[in-house]
Design a protein around this ligand. Structure first.
Ligand SMILES: [Zn+2]
Ligand SMILES: [Zn+2]
Length: 283
């Protein structure tokens, strides 16, 4: 599977996941000029994007959606609440209404909807699986609920929000109202909460942690790096910055099996766990 963040931050979000010639985007929250520039710089063909999955109606997640979907006639998987909460100008034939906990198959990819706490009408996160590897995209998390924990436990690749530094938010210039909105349990999670979620829920299958949705006002890349780096061990750590796409990453089953075979005693057991895996997400 290949994956990257075309954009990640409180100024715009767009995540790409692909298997062979089938790709999907989670959110399209940057304008089309930037979507195209970044896709072409990473060698992504828009014609390979088979579906758009939308987490919620905030503009940093849908800004470029209508134009992009219409231009390439790509179906948009979106909850009724998100659609109602947005002023999207989408033709009916491109709209696919989903429940926040829906499971959708797009070619070789299975996309799990994951309901979440966020100050939007009917928000959800998504985990994308090819049946063996799971890539979770978890941003705009009001809190680390059981669904978030479950997704982290099953992730081989984890895009995780690390939105703000508590002290920077506290001392920063945001209004009292906005500060409280962010930390209300319906806004975003801090670097500390994100680290705790990672430490308490990561499993031995996690290979790559990509932190994202950083606040421009209340966070710094170096701070996120310092917070997580000492805890990552063998897990690859990347931090998406607000101004450019990440690299295109790739993870293959072969790589995972080789690494799992290192622990000979556990190999059979772990493969059994992988193949018999059922992801329980609560609606
Ligand atoms: Zn957002
Ligand atoms: Zn949001």
């Amino acid at each position: 599977m290949r994956y990257c963040a075309l954009a990640s931050g409180s100024n715009g979000n767009c995540y790409y996941v692909a298997k062979d010639d089938t790709a999907i985007l989670v959110d399209a929250g940057i304008n089309n000029k930037h979507i195209h520039l970044r896709m072409s710089s990473l060698g992504i063909m828009p014609s390979h994007i088979k579906a758009l999955f939308i987490t919620h109606e905030h503009s940093d997640h849908i800004q470029g959606l209508s134009v992009f979907a219409k231009r390439y006639q790509i179906p948009v998987y979106i909850t009724a609440g998100t659609l109602a909460g947005s002023r999207l100008n989408l033709p009916d034939h491109l709209v696919r209404i989903i429940l926040p906990q829906e499971v959708v198959q797009i070619g070789p990819l299975t996309i799990y909807g994951i309901p979440k706490y966020h100050d939007a009408k009917e928000p959800c996160s998504f985990m994308i699986s090819d049946g063996k590897l799971n890539i979770a995209v978890l941003t705009d998390l009001g809190r680390v609920c059981d669904n978030v924990k479950t997704a982290i436990k099953h992730a081989d690749v984890l895009f995780l929000e690390s939105n703000y530094d508590e002290e920077m938010l506290d001392k920063g210039r945001y209004s009292y109202y906005l500060k409280n909105r962010i930390r209300s349990g319906w806004g975003h999670i801090s670097n500390a909460a994100s680290l705790q979620a990672f430490l308490e829920n990561r499993s031995s299958r996690l290979k790559h942690l990509i932190l994202g949705h950083l606040s421009g006002e209340n966070n710094r890349i170096e701070l996120v790096q310092e917070t997580f780096e000492p805890h990552c061990g063998d897990i690859r750590l990347s931090i998406a910055n607000r101004y450019e796409h990440t690299a295109m990453f790739e993870i293959s089953t072969a790589e995972v099996h080789v690494e799992r075979l290192v622990i000979v005693e556990e190999t059979e057991e772990m493969q059994r766990i992988v193949t018999s895996e059922r992801i329980e997400i609560r609606g």
